[in-house]
Design a protein around this ligand. Structure first.
Ligand code: CDP
Length: 249
């Protein structure tokens, strides 16, 4: 993982460039939204189209969940979980994720891991322990980051913030197809129930609740294809760049 660029230094974006001013912080596109809203697919395609780095922040919460299962740490043990989060030996290589050198990409995607991640993500100490690690992904030429609090907490100075939603039936259907493609059996009714529970927990928690940043653009993808959403986000970013508010590129 690269060296961290603190988001606070990104105020440099707004300051006039002078001989002694620090280089502008690389631009960030923040894509937040609930489970199965398509934000992961959209974010990684937008990153690929722009040649930007990509941060799937949910993977970090899932990694802490997986590490906790392996180390027998219970979801109530906040300090121990924060310790696990701080010491995670994780590597991101293409679409594979390694934990302690082992490829855990498939284990991370399980619904069990996702639900446990959501329970652990309520804990302020865990969130604090992951903050620097997330900000370290901000490197030139830019970053696309997806999650729940990218625009509100982790990258409040992101040049573009999108809050991606879709109705519960549409999201359940998408998650169902995703699992089916991987040969994992699931029930649509159980998936809908899980999504609603996860949304409720993510929205109601006091630490970094799931909510759009005041300056986020809301995009309902219920009736849009992934490609249409990708094109809208790219269009919005290009508009920012044309207006001079797209950050350094
Ligand atoms: O794929 P899905 O959207 O269901 O989940 P994810 O993005 O992999 O995240 C798993 C869980 O981690 C979520 O339910 C959130 O509770 C939590 N999370 C978070 O709190 N903040 C983030 N920036 C990303 C994920």
């Amino acid at each position: 993982m690269g060296r961290g660029t603190r988001a606070e230094s990104a105020t440099a974006n707004a300051s006039p460039a002078g001989p002694s001013s620090p280089p502008p912080a690389p631009p960030v596109i923040a894509i937040d939204g609930p489970s199965a809203s398509g934000k992961g697919t959209v974010a990684s395609r937008v990153a690929a189209a722009l040649g930007f780095h990509y941060l799937e922040s949910g993977a970090l919460y899932r990694l802490v969940a997986l590490a906790s299962l392996r180390e027998h740490v219970r979801p109530e043990e906040e300090e121990r979980l924060a310790g696990l989060a701080a010491g995670l030996r994780a590597e991101f290589s293409g679409d594979r994720v390694l934990l302690d050198g082992e490829d855990v990409s498939d284990a991370l995607r399980s619904e069990h891991c996702g639900n446990l991640a959501s329970a652990i993500a309520r804990l302020a100490a865990v969130r604090a322990a992951l903050l620097g690690r997330q900000r370290a992904f901000r490197r030139p030429p830019g970053l696309v980051a997806d999650g729940r609090d990218m625009g509100t907490v982790v990258f409040p100075d992101a040049c573009l913030k999108v809050f991606l939603t879709a109705s519960v039936p549409v999201r359940a259907e998408r998650r169902y197809k995703q699992l089916k493609d991987k040969g994992i059996r699931a029930s649509l009714a159980a998936l809908s129930r899980d999504l609603e529970e996860r949304d409720a927990r993510d929205t109601a928690r006091s630490a970094a609740p799931l909510r759009p940043a005041p300056d986020a653009i809301l995009l309902d993808s219920s009736d849009l294809t992934i490609e249409e959403v990708v094109q809208r986000v790219l269009g919005l970013y290009r508009q920012r760049v044309a207006e001079g508010t797209g950050g350094a590129v």
